[in-house]
Design a protein around this ligand. Structure first.
Ligand code: ADP
Length: 637
């Protein structure tokens, strides 16, 4: 503001071009008249002093050298008139008058020149006011604008011509922070006033400006005027407001967050680490490991500056004022997370996270997870927030989960064992029945009056065969349950069909079923476990045989077919029984699903596992009569 103090609020008025021309003309006329009178009348040099009028008239218009040119011209004209009137006859009185006239001209030129210089300074200052970005205007005692700089044009939107003569504060709808009388009294007393005011721009926009008023008095006229310099601080105020709101929001979050937060003053930590460095400590981790008391000492210096409601609750403290003052008050002696924190801090890590235990006011040890972000520079070290999550419930849940998991594993093992034994029981049933049948037959051949040894031998061979098959079935089932079919080999599909049918030969005969074996894939080979695949086919054939006990004996037919379809071997087993009961076709492959009174519901489930283990598919096909099941296996190329 001081740069404005010397600037007069009464800018010199500029003459119009016409006035200027008139003055120049007048001055020329005066000069000519004075010259004529001086030269040709007997007044002899008495009027030469009137050349001063010329300077007074046009001096303001003649900057620098021009002023002196006009002065010298006037002096020359006076001297010429003198020479003309007196020739060589020089008298004292006229000579003295000429001297006085020339001296008066010199003094007038000097004073005009000084006045001009002063005015130029003022004009330069006025120009300065124009280039400043502040809005500056001057108002007279009636409040009317007498000066309006470019900054004011830019800020308020009114041009100088529009603003001049207007009541400044009515135009700007200025809202003052205090009654205007009070401010006027203050200005009258101090000569200045400063405050924040609200004003309106030409386009209606509201501005907040910092306004500085200076009372100026014109020395010449004694009139008062006020120079106002206004700096737009709307953005600043908006930023302040945004900051205030954000701070309020932060406070709300801080206080209502479900996570505990406490604020630390970590400046002592920085000081302590700097001291350690100055002492020559280079490997901080090593130093802290060797001197555990160092971390403890630094911890004792860390203050807790603020805390939210959740933290109070977690730590069993009723009031903020009663909360732990220092970090060491809540971290137990045994805590080593603080040393890790120091190392992370020292390494310039952006973030630190750890799990530790804190001691509540009631002495309860609470497992917590602590996370904090380090401020990017040392500026914010006095208020570093750490979020603390109480892990008590999580730990409890984890324990419960672990317990539940181990119980589940136990149950799964038991269930697997159950399925395994049930499957073995199911699959071994058939060979056992075959053994029993064959052994019975052998006994009968031997019990005859003349024992038929050949038949008995054949029956015993069947017993041996069935027993070997039973052992293989057990091995296959175990492999299947473990998902690792053991013996993989290239198996001709039609061979599988014939061997499987062989195993159910006796059941088929006993139930009076006609077996129609129709192998149509002579060269098709699949890769897999022979026993597992045979057993799947045996299961399907036995299901068909059992289902057909519900229909008259003469209609019981079991079709077993094979064919090649693209890259697949297709096996179809169809019977002439009642077909799948409604809904059973969808659920038939589920383990333990059965509609038979003594059924186990495992046959089809085992078939599906067996086929899936060989990358194949099994499905119940639609059928007009009886059940149709199809197996598709990838054929070896
Ligand atoms: P289980 O024979 O012990 O019942 P399965 O898994 O072999 O177990 O069969 C499941 C169910 O599918 C049977 O209870 C039966 O309802 C139905 N099912 C299986 N095969 C046939 C079939 N050939 N004809 C009609 N229904 C069948």
């Amino acid at each position: 503001m001081s740069r404005l103090m010397r600037f007069s609020p009464f800018p010199a008025s500029r003459p119009s071009p016409l006035g200027r021309r008139l003055r120049l003309g007048g001055a020329a006329l005066i000069a000519a008249a004075v010259f004529v009178v001086d030269t040709f009348t007997p007044l002899s040099s008495a009027v030469a002093v009137l050349y001063v009028l010329v300077l007074l008239l046009v001096g303001d218009e003649l900057p620098g050298r021009k002023l002196w040119v006009v002065t010298l011209a006037c002096a020359a004209m006076a001297t010429i008139s003198f020479a003309f009137a007196h020739g060589e006859d020089v008298e004292l009185a006229p000579t003295l008058r000429l001297m006085v006239s020339l001296a008066a001209l010199g003094v007038a030129a000097f004073l005009t020149g000084r006045n001009l210089a002063a005015r130029e300074i003022l004009q330069a200052q006025a120009r300065l006011l124009d280039v400043t970005s502040d809005a500056i205007f001057i108002r007279d005692t009636q409040g009317r604008v007498t000066f309006w700089n470019r900054g004011a044009e830019r800020l308020y939107g009114w041009t100088r011509d529009e603003a001049l003569g207007q009541d400044a504060h009515r135009l700007l709808e200025t809202l003052l922070p205090a009654p205007s009388d009070e401010i006027a009294a203050r200005v009258a007393c101090d000569g200045a006033w400063q405050g924040e005011v609200t004003q309106r721009r030409k386009d209606g926009g509201i501005l907040t400006v910092l306004s500085e008023w200076i009372l100026e008095r014109d020395a010449a006229t004694g009139a008062h005027a006020l120079l106002e310099s206004n700096t737009d601080i709307s953005d600043l105020r908006r930023a302040d407001e945004a900051l205030r709101r954000s701070e309020a929001r932060y406070r709300t979050i801080f206080n209502t967050l479900a996570v505990s937060i406490w604020e630390h003053d970590f400046r002592p930590v920085k000081t302590a680490l700097d001291e350690l460095r100055a002492q020559g400590v280079t490997d901080l981790a090593d130093h802290l490991a060797r001197n555990p008391e160092v971390a403890r000492e630094i911890k004792a210096r860390v203050g807790i500056t603020d805390v939210n409601a959740t933290a109070l609750k977690m730590m069993g403290v009723a009031d903020k004022g009663d909360f732990f003052q220092r970090l060491e008050d809540l971290l137990p002696e045994t805590d080593d997370s603080f040393a890790q924190f120091l190392i992370a801090f020292d390494a310039g890590a952006p973030r630190f996270e750890t799990e530790t235990t804190v001691r509540s006011r009631t002495g309860e040890m609470i497992p917590v997870m602590v996370a904090l972000n380090f401020p990017p520079d040392a500026q914010g070290l006095d208020r570093v927030q750490a979020s603390i999550v109480d892990l008590t419930e999580q730990r409890r849940m984890q324990e419960r989960l672990d317990r539940a998991r181990s119980e589940l594993e136990h149950a799964l093992r038991a269930a697997t064992l159950g399925v395994l034994s049930a499957s073995i029981a199911h699959e071994v049933n058939q060979p056992l029945a075959a053994i029993s049948n064959a052994a019975g037959a052998a006994q009968r051949w031997l019990d005859r009056a003349t024992p038929d040894l050949d038949e008995a031998k054949e029956a015993v061979a069947d017993v041996v065969h069935a027993a070997a098959h039973a052992a293989e079935v057990v091995r296959g089932i175990r492999g299947l349950i473990a998902q690792t079919p053991a013996d993989r080999a290239a198996l001709p599909v039609d061979g599988l069909l014939a061997a499987s049918a062989g195993f159910v030969r006796r059941e088929i005969a006993e139930h009076g079923v006609e077996l129609i074996l129709d192998p149509q894939a002579p060269d098709t080979v699949v890769h897999g476990d022979r026993v597992v695949l045979q057993q799947a086919l045996v299961n399907l054939m036995l299901n068909g045989v059992q289902a057909m006990s519900a229909v008259p004996a003469e209609t019981r037919r079991l079709h077993v077919r094979s064919r090649r379809e693209g890259g697949e071997a297709v096996i179809e087993i169809a019977d002439t029984g009642p077909g799948f009961p409604p809904d059973a076709a969808d659920r038939a492959f589920e383990a333990f699903f059965t509609t038979k009174p003594g059924g186990m519901g495992l046959g089809l489930a085992i078939c599906q596992s067996a086929v899936a283990a060989h990358d194949g598919r099994i499905a119940v096909l639609p059928s007009d009569q009886g059940a149709r099941i199809e197996i598709r296996l990838p054929a070896v190329a």
